[in-house]
Design a protein around this ligand. Structure first.
Ligand code: HEC
Length: 114
């Protein structure tokens, strides 16, 4: 059942990525893509990374300062609030249910280029 559907799913996903702004996904990140702090890295690798490393579903890519510029203009309080409560394709808590506000602040700062 799952096997039969896999090719269709792959086609759908490749279309999704093809349409999600090629120039943005082709651009190399200008900031770090791995957190320097080991505890932040641990949280990042098991939550935010799955979407933000590749920019899945229009997520601003980790280390892509250009993609983050308009987000940062909203201010840290708004970004923190959107991380906790979710925002469009961004799931509440960014799938890190044991992260606290301080963790999120560190993760956002790292992902947006430090
Ligand atoms: C399931 C995928 C997914 C995961 C996991 C995820 N994000 Fe996101 N995130 C998104 C998407 C998609 C957007 C873009 C939403 C939009 O603007 O359409 C986003 C946007 C954001 C924004 C910008 C919000 C704004 O107001 O512009 C922040 C901050 C953010 N994510 C932080 C995080 C953090 C921190 C984590 C890990 C704890 C995380 N995300 C995990 C998908 C994800």
């Amino acid at each position: 059942m799952l096997k039969r559907r896999t090719p269709l799913l792959l086609i759908f996903l490749s279309l999704l990525f093809a349409c999600s702004g090629e120039s943005e996904s082709m651009r190399l990140p200008s900031g770090p893509t791995t957190p320097a702090d080991a505890s932040v890295a641990e949280l990042y690798n098991r939550s935010c990374r799955s979407c933000h490393a590749q920019g899945a579903g229009w997520a601003p890519r980790t280390g892509d300062r250009e993609a983050w510029a308009s987000r940062l203009q909203k201010g840290n309080a708004v970004l923190l609030e959107h991380t906790i409560n979710g925002f469009k394709g961004m799931p509440p808590m960014g799938m890190c249910f044991d992260c606290n506000e301080e963790d999120f602040t560190k993760l956002i700062s790292f992902m947006s280029g430090g």
